[in-house]
Design a protein around this ligand. Structure first.
Ligand code: NAD
Ligand code: TDX
Length: 341
């Protein structure tokens, strides 16, 4: 599929900014339009050094249909990363999650249909399946989201699938597993624990969830998976993107501390996340049949990622200020007071 002008929504966030770099590197004739609201998680520092001749930035909200329509003008295809993405924040309040992850997705579908775009790829998550004790979910399994974030993502997906069936809208959905790498906002466990440990601050590991399992996917592998589904996938289909690196949270935590040469005394077992999903696991053989395979080994990816945060304090120290500090207090203040170890 030949794409000349690609709309990327949410391209100033973690995976979106890595995806823009990936696409510009892979396709020399491609122009990217990045449409991003710049919420607390959007950060133009993530895109410093991008070739400005092949890139346009527009600030806007996907829940605003008119602004989105203007940004889409002249584009052949769109990839949506724009979302409210943090489970713990969705538990504190989910209004924004519904606006962006449901209404925003509906606007993308409507604009894709009316403007006749060749493809819309919606970046979704393995969390829509819910937790699984044994084995791995396939794309044909039912969704069973367990928190407000994953429920909002599943809602957007269902509207998209119905849109495809009703109007033939050429939408493709990917469900990626837990992603790690450079430029991840430090509310997520990995960058939070790495940056806290660098500062000798405690690591708030959810007690009862120490043995919960996540499947770690390096961000570049997530980007190549999205690219593969966008260009080689079939409209109306869903594709899992799995890292193939299932690790218990305690194993991840110890790995971070070992890479930084820090003591395990920094670990604090704090009250658990309500409704905490125990294990995520997905089978990516459908996407692998299209030619995708993850390239990054977990040990290498972890070493590279931890090193990136060590070498880029300028990036995360700016982020870990203002709004972040207020959030941190709200999220962890009482937890640290109630800690059980
Ligand atoms: P992020 O929180 O780092 O970035 C989200 C971006 O979306 C930010 O730039 C933000 O400003 C923008 N945004 C938010 N609301 C918007 C709106 N209404 N209009 C326009 N822009 C808006 O997110 P991320 O971790 O990069 O995740 C990107 C996508 O991948 C999300 O859809 C998420 O559900 C999905 N995903 C993430 C992971 C993960 O582990 N991080 C795993 C699987 C799937
Ligand atoms: O302080 C913490 N302590 C802790 O023990 C945090 C923030 C998390 N955790 C645990 C909870 C989870 O078991 O670590 C695990 C990972 O937590 P998050 O980084 O919040 O990710 P998760 O809830 O698994 O969701 C992520 O993966 C799927 C992304 O945030 C989603 O956007 C993506 O869809």
């Amino acid at each position: 599929m030949n794409i000349r002008r690609l709309l990327v929504t949410g391209g100033a966030g973690f995976i979106g900014s890595n995806f823009i770099r990936y696409e510009l590197e892979q396709y020399p004739d491609l122009h990217i339009v990045n449409f991003d609201k710049l919420t607390y998680a959007g950060n133009l520092d993530n895109l410093l050094g991008i070739d400005e001749h092949r890139y346009t930035f527009i600030r806007g909200d996907i829940a605003d249909a008119d602004a989105l329509a203007n940004a889409m003008e002249g584009c052949d295809a769109a990839v949506n990363f724009a979302a409210d993405t943090h489970v713990d924040r969705s538990i504190l309040g989910a209004t924004e999650f519904i606006s962006t992850n449901v209404t925003g997705v509906y606007n993308l579908l409507e604009q894709t249909r009316t403007k006749g775009l060749a493809r819309l790829l919606l970046v979704s998550t393995d969390e829509v399946y819910g937790s699984i004790e044994k084995g791995s979910f396939r794309e044909t399994d039912p969704v069973s989201p367990g928190n407000p974030y994953s429920a909002s993502k599943a809602s957007g997906e269902l509207i998209a699938l119905a849109h495809h069936r009703t109007y033939g809208t050429p939408v493709i959905i990917t469900r990626g597993s837990n992603t790690y790498g450079p430029y991840q906002y430090p509310e997520k466990v990995l960058p939070l624990f790495v940056t806290n440990a660098i500062d000798n601050q405690p690591l708030p590991l959810y007690k009862g969830g120490e043995h919960n399992v996540r499947d770690w996917l390096f961000v570049r592998d997530h980007c190549s998976g999205i690219d593969c589904a966008l260009r080689r996938g079939t409209p109306g289909e869903i594709y899992n993107i799995a890292g193939g690196n299932e690790r218990e949270n305690i194993v991840l935590t110890r790995k971070i501390l070992a890479l930084l040469g820090k003591s395990e005394d920094l670990i604090r077992l704090v009250p658990d996340r309500p409704g905490h999903d125990r294990r995520y696991s997905i089978d990516a053989s459908k996407l692998k049949k299209l030619g995708w395979a993850p390239q990054m080994d977990w040990d290498e990816g972890m070493a590279l990622t931890v090193k990136w945060y060590q070498e880029n304090e300028w990036w995360w120290r700016k982020v870990k200020s203002g709004e972040f500090l207020e959030y941190y207090k709200r999220q962890y203040g009482k937890r640290f007071a109630d800690e059980t170890s």
